[in-house]
Ligand binder design. Structure first.
Ligand code: SF4
Ligand code: SF4
Length: 442
């Protein structure tokens, strides 16, 4: 047996349709096995609150071992996991092909799926993971101002905290009546005029706008459209799109993930077959199509086709740079910039593309902070987890403050807003793609 993996981690498909996946005794046996190995290792203690919760349970148990923990307390570990994937991708030496075969995030996902199937998932969690429906309702023109006012009012936030369990200090995203898809409805279903294909890219990009990009931060996606067009890339939108399913995955609601897949994948494949590449502006959504759906549906050729054709915005632009097809005529320097490397972008294993690209801007110094922000979808919103999310975010905030930068931001716009909220200084986050637009002065 090897002490640790010397090979690249490989991931097994998720056996989520089999009955044994949901068998509680087998699940708890596997949790005990993996928790025991983690207790012997403890390498992941600084990543999130799941591991400290586990190690505290061990240290307080009568045997000082995992066998002394009441199995009901295992849920404390599961509930603190927001599936960022960092333990698997950046720390664990015992991932497959190592014979210990540890995939901590997917074990947590299995536990969440069992909890969901047993009807033990909170109503609040189901509600706030329904990003499509909330976005559609909240962005109705006569409703949007009320929603934003309620979300920013101290008294109503106290009420929301008491009734729904949304922490009163958590930043609730703003909603916009002019969504991205409304602003750019002329790009829906558009055909390309002329394109310059490179070795890796077609030069035709269809945007999967994402719920957050469409309803909450259309400006950042608008900046992406302008940057792509400034690089002579044809841009279109899908005829229709739904939430990628990531918030449902994080709940363990795997049937809803399947429904989202059935809605989105045929639309994307139609575009890919017509020669378009796909970009999504939120790392979690890209990861959904690059990793989670292919592991849930390993035999679905269309899912594999989307996996091969979807890109992070900076990954795509760096490919265009490699093909010598990127516009590097920058008009404005950005000074000192700090980029928070979002977990779901890091685990895509594509390298620090945002830093590399922004470093091309003259007189611009780019540094990164490679720690989790603690926002993680809905974790920071929840009353019982908000404090933990702030604790996780502190090292990021300290680094931004110490950096005395001109701009800071995260490729994950939600993480950017959470960092801004925890900073509490009024120094606003700027999405890296918006920084790039500033550098072009367009
Ligand atoms: S996936 Fe992320 S949140 Fe979950 S246990 Fe691993 S590091 Fe913690
Ligand atoms: S997930 Fe792996 S690296 Fe992290 S504590 Fe467990 S065994 Fe150690």
């Amino acid at each position: 047996m090897k002490e640790g993996n010397l090979s690249a981690p490989t991931r097994h498909p998720l056996d989520w349709t089999s009955e044994s996946f949901y068998a509680e005794t087998a699940l708890f046996d596997e949790l005990e096995r993996v928790f025991d190995l983690c207790h012997g290792c403890r390498r992941c203690v600084s990543l999130c609150q799941s591991f400290p919760s586990l190690f505290d349970l061990v240290d307080e148990s009568p045997t000082l071992e995992v066998d002394g923990i009441d199995k009901k307390d295992y849920w404390q570990v599961v509930d603190h996991c927001y599936l960022c994937d960092l333990c698997y991708m950046t720390k664990c030496p015992y991932t497959p092909p190592h014979e210990w075969n540890i995939d901590f995030p997917h074990l947590m996902l299995r536990a969440k799926a069992v909890k969901y199937k047993n009807g033990q998932t909170k109503t609040r969690d189901k509600l706030i993971s329904n990003t499509d429906t909330i976005g559609k309702l909240a962005s109705i023109p006569v409703v949007v101002n009320t929603v934003n006012a309620v979300n920013n009012n101290g008294a109503t936030r106290k009420f929301l905290s008491k009734t729904l369990g949304i922490h009163e200090d958590a930043k609730i995203p703003e909603y916009h009546a002019k969504t991205l898809r409304k602003t750019y409805k002329d790009l829906i279903g558009r055909e390309a005029d002329s394109t310059t294909a490179g070795e890796y890219t077609t030069g035709k990009v269809t945007l999967f706008t994402t719920c957050y990009g469409n309803y909450n931060e259309p400006q950042a996606v608008d900046d992406l459209v302008r940057v792509l067009q400034h690089n002579s890339i044809e841009v279109s939108l899908l005829n229709k799109e739904q939430c990628c399913g990531m918030p449902r995955l994080e709940l363990g609601d795997l049937e809803s993930v399947k429904k989202a897949k059935e809605a989105n994948i045929p639309e994307m494949v139609r575009k890919i077959d017509a020669g378009w590449d796909i970009i999504a502006p939120v790392p979690s959504c890209v990861l959904m199509f690059k990793q989670e759906l292919p592991l849930m549906f390993p035999d679905d050729v269309d899912v594999q086709k989307v996996k091969a054709a979807i890109y992070d915005p900076f990954e795509y632009l760096m490919l265009r740079y490699k093909e010598e097809l990127m516009n590097t005529d920058f008009k404005q320097s950005l000074g000192k910039v700090m980029i928070h490397s979002a977990c779901h972008q890091r685990v895509q294993n594509m390298g620090p593309k945002t830093r590399q690209l922004l470093s091309l801007v003259p007189d611009t110094e780019v540094s990164t902070v490679d720690r989790c922000s603690g926002h993680d979808g809905t974790y920071a919103l929840k009353k019982e987890f908000h404090e933990a999310s702030v604790k996780i975010c502190r090292p990021v905030v300290n680094k931004v403050k110490q950096g005395e930068v001109d701009y800071y931001g995260s490729d994950c716009p939600m993480a950017g807003k959470h960092i801004e909220n925890v900073m509490g200084t009024g120094f606003e986050t700027v999405h890296p793609i918006s920084m790039l637009r500033k550098a072009y002065a367009i």
